[in-house]
Design a protein around this ligand. Structure first.
Ligand SMILES: [Zn+2]
Length: 432
């Protein structure tokens, strides 16, 4: 594929006009302001007039099959929502439900410019099937929980992660990755986390966690262990690993220093935090401390969509408003969180920016519409004016998976039908 005369947001997040970008196989092989010499080798030539080409988004924290619960439980805080609505519903989800819920979420992400997700959910094999078939990228983990004294070596979530790690880690030329996880301080016990810390180190795994999401979580941790959740995870050795921590809303100065020292990636899930009334993470302060920030949608039931454009804009404007500082998060910052930093959080070092040699995870945004004109700066319009519906094409590892409303790897009608079937069945079971 050769994109010609297209506006490009390059690896430095600068706007370049009338550029040429060549893709061969799964890799970006040419970027220039001139037509490359041998155009025949690229196959399809794509006319980029009034289009913007940029890196796809890397959603750094989600629970993809939770599309099944979109709009199911509203107006509750995290604890009520989880224990009284989400966990009972999830107990009824089958592998087949999970597969179709995952497919629906993947379709939604593809159509709104996301190419990869860090996904924490059970029924891992069902999700893996969906990710393999759809061509999407994933860093999948289970969300390890431990409510009783079951030894770590027999923990169901851990065993499923181990099994999937052996079978699928690095599959599809690295597109599928299996991470380790600890759902949270409040759903685990100390011994398990200590053993997880050792296991993750032995397997050199990324560990995905929920961290200091609510004030209640921090208070309960202080009462139970005498330390904050951040200190708890440090004391257990977990932070010696490559840790990706969702939320990070209720951090004190010392917590932030610990995260910075341990190179923890903090994932901002601003829509979810606002919707569940959890609070607002202090992203500018974390940046000042040197913490790397990525962006996630969280699960669909606390958002209620998977549109990264919404998260990017909200991340920027929310932090400006709270800080009373219009320069608190720049457009480039917000875009870097969702692309380069997201790819980093998945240890996809050859992804996340449009650069020769990088994977061709690209999206085309249509600027030929009222809401995207005029274009003074493609970056500014992408951050503040665009939404997922402006995405015209999504390419993952050089393959077009979505273009102008058409999905090439997913039967979306079937996914919608199956998710509705699951919804009806589960609601019926819950009412019994
Ligand atoms: Zn989450």
């Amino acid at each position: 594929m050769l994109f010609k005369n297209i506006d490009l947001i390059d690896e430095h997040l600068q706007d370049l006009k009338d550029m040429y970008v060549g893709v061969e196989g799964d890799t970006i092989t040419y970027i220039g302001n001139q037509m490359p010499a041998d155009t025949a080798r690229y196959g399809r030539v794509y006319d980029g007039k009034n289009k913007i080409l940029m890196s796809g988004f890397y959603n750094a924290h989600g629970h993809t099959p939770m599309t099944l619960l979109r709009g199911y439980a509203e107006n509750h805080n995290l604890q009520d929502w989880l224990y009284h609505y989400i966990f009972p519903f999830e107990a009824k989800i089958t592998d087949a439900d999970c597969y179709w819920g995952c497919m629906l979420g993947i379709a939604e992400m593809m159509a709104s410019g996301t190419v990869s997700v860090s996904d924490m959910y059970g029924h891992m094999q069902a999700s893996i099937k969906a990710y393999i078939e759809s061509g999407f990228k994933v860093n999948l983990c289970n969300g390890l929980m431990d409510f009783d004294e079951t030894p770590f070596s027999q923990n169901r979530n851990h065993l499923e992660e181990c099994n999937c790690f052996k079978l699928y880690h690095g599959a599809e030329n690295g597109r599928i990755k299996i991470d380790k996880s600890c759902h949270s301080v409040y759903t685990s016990n100390r011994k398990t986390v200590e053993e997880l810390a050792i296991y993750a180190k032995q397997t050199d795994s990324i560990v995905q966690i929920h961290l200091s999401e609510t004030q209640t979580e921090v208070q309960e941790c202080l009462e139970k262990y005498g330390v904050t959740p951040v200190q708890y995870f440090q004391d257990t050795g977990l932070l010696d690993n490559f840790v990706v921590a969702a939320h990070c809303v209720w951090l004190n100065d010392q917590d932030m220093d610990i995260l910075a020292k341990n190179n923890v990636v903090a994932v901002h899930n601003c829509m979810s935090n606002l919707k569940l009334a959890s609070g607002v993470a202090d992203i500018p302060k974390m940046q000042e401390k040197g913490i790397r920030i990525a962006i996630g949608t969280d699960g669909c039931s606390s958002n209620n969509n998977l549109d990264m454009f919404e998260e990017i804009k909200l991340c920027a404007v929310l932090n400006k408003g709270v800080r009373l500082d219009p320069s608190a998060i720049t457009t480039k910052d917000a875009l870097a969180f969702a692309t380069q930093n997201g790819a980093f959080a998945q240890r996809r070092y050859d992804c996340g920016s449009v650069k020769v040699g990088n994977k061709a995870d690209l999206i085309v945004i249509d600027a030929d519409c009222p809401s995207m004109q005029p274009v003074y700066s493609a970056v500014n319009n992408v951050v503040y004016a665009a939404n997922g519906k402006n995405v015209e094409m999504t390419m993952i590892d050089g393959k077009i998976v979505y273009e102008k409303g058409r999905f090439f790897t997913i039967d979306v009608e079937r996914a919608i039908y199956e998710v509705n079937q699951a919804k009806r069945r589960i609601l019926g079971e819950l009412q019994k």
